[in-house]
Design a protein around this ligand. Structure first.
Ligand code: PLP
Length: 389
């Protein structure tokens, strides 16, 4: 018996679907199997050297050893605004329309606390990044899940959301390029989102963490490119995937000034902002030419072009990723997400992520991350070929 009972909100958390998989992974590893971990969405390459070098210099500056301001250094916010201008041709006032984040996850997790009251509905993609739903729960809101189906290009069917739900909805979360499906949204979809939001007075919160991990030269857009989007949209950006900086914890949110200020209100009361030296390194990254990110994109694209044809040769029908570093794959007949992952792990030592871990509509899929080199990807394919399914 434990002495302290957990809060209702922690007890209400969805079961951790990867616990069984983690246990199995350790068991297989203990047997001495050479594990190929294609599960985690964490870049395998180091942060580019010029960013690390700037960090070393910034770390030595005494002013950076003190508390940062929660909203971010003016220079960091200016660099973020300039980056958005260069990349999306979107103009932002750095002092009111940009807030620095300790990673996009932090911003998304805190955002509903600023705008959701108990009983309010939040529209959440399914499958989706788990933080959208958890953050909604922590704020006392209710998630209404929007299924992302292959026949709709993994875009939610906005017309299928009941009007009674929309009447109670405060926030609509979307995430393109999408984790875990790798789908990209076009202008027509974003327009439709904005139209619906205008009609029902919704806040649109767009997670753009993968905006720079795109392939074949097709650059995804920002929802803020749409006229009028700044009236009700906030967009979350991350340096994690763009510059291989997941461990540094730095990102930013941009958009409507009331939404940015609301998030800032939560942040002033919870954290004291990102380490200023890290913000300096972030400025270095955002002000650099695109060479570092070009090379990151090329790396994933090369890996994709090994993995996807290899999976097809095995009789699988993966979604062809236009962006992100994920491949979303329907499981073969006779398997569930979990049983296919377990099969691959036990028989081949390959770690994948069951789609069911991202929501009900993720059942029937597994996600493979392109976060290992081509040699390891080829090795994984050859093991799968030997074992079959
Ligand atoms: C990786 C990821 C994030 C988190 O980014 P951080 O800036 O590292 O917190 C946010 N959203 C999605 C969908 C992600 O996959």
């Amino acid at each position: 018996m434990s002495r302290f009972s957990l809060s209702a909100r922690i007890k209400a958390l969805p079961p951790y679907l990867f616990a069984e998989l983690d246990r199995k992974k350790e068991e297989v590893r203990a047997r001495g199997v050479d594990i190929i971990d294609l599960g985690v969405g964490d870049p395998d390459r180091p942060t580019p050297k010029f960013i690390v070098d700037r960090m070393k210099r910034e770390a030595a500056v005494p002013a950076n050893h003190q508390y940062p301001s929660y909203e971010g250094l003016p220079e960091f916010r200016a660099a973020a605004a300039k980056w958005c201008r260069r990349r999306f041709n979107v103009s932002l006032d750095p002092s009111s329309e940009v807030v620095a984040l300790i990673g996009t996850k932090e911003g998304i997790a805190h955002f509903p606390l600023a705008f959701v009251n108990p009983g309010d509905v939040v529209l959440v993609p399914d499958p989706g990044y788990p933080v959208f739903h958890i953050a909604t729960m922590f704020a006392g809101g209710k998630s209404h899940f929007m299924p992302l189906l292959r026949e709709n290009g993994f875009l939610p069917d906005l017309d299928a959301i009941p009007r009674s739900v929309l009447a109670k909805t405060k926030i609509l979360f979307i995430n393109y390029p999408n984790n875990p499906t790798s789908a990209v949204a076009d202008r027509k979809f974003f327009r439709k989102v904005l139209g619906l939001a205008e009609e029902h007075n919704l806040i649109v919160a767009h997670d753009a963490a993968y905006s720079e991990i795109y392939f074949d030269g097709n650059r995804p857009m920002s929802i803020l490119e749409l006229p009028g989007a700044k009236k009700r949209c906030i967009e979350f950006h991350s340096l994690s995937k763009t510059y291989n900086m997941t461990g540094w914890r730095i990102g930013f949110a941009v958009g409507n000034l009331e939404l940015v200020a609301g998030l800032g209100k939560v942040k002033t009361n919870v954290d004291s902002g990102a380490f200023q030296a890290v913000q300096g390194a972030g400025i270095e990254a955002m002000e650099s030419d695109d060479e570092a990110t070009d090379s990151i994109r090329r790396t994933y694209q090369d890996r994709r072009d090994v993995l996807v044809p290899g999976l097809r040769a095995l009789g699988l029908d993966p979604v062809f990723p236009k962006a992100t570093f994920y491949v979303w794959i329907p499981v073969p007949k006779g398997y569930t997400s979990a049983s296919f992952c377990a099969h691959l792990l036990e028989k081949t030592g390959i770690v994948t992520t069951p789609g069911s871990g991202f929501g009900k509509s993720g059942e029937g899929y597994v996600r493979i991350a392109l976060t290992k080199g081509k040699g390891r990807i080829r090795e994984a394919l050859s093991r799968m070929r030997k074992v079959g399914f």
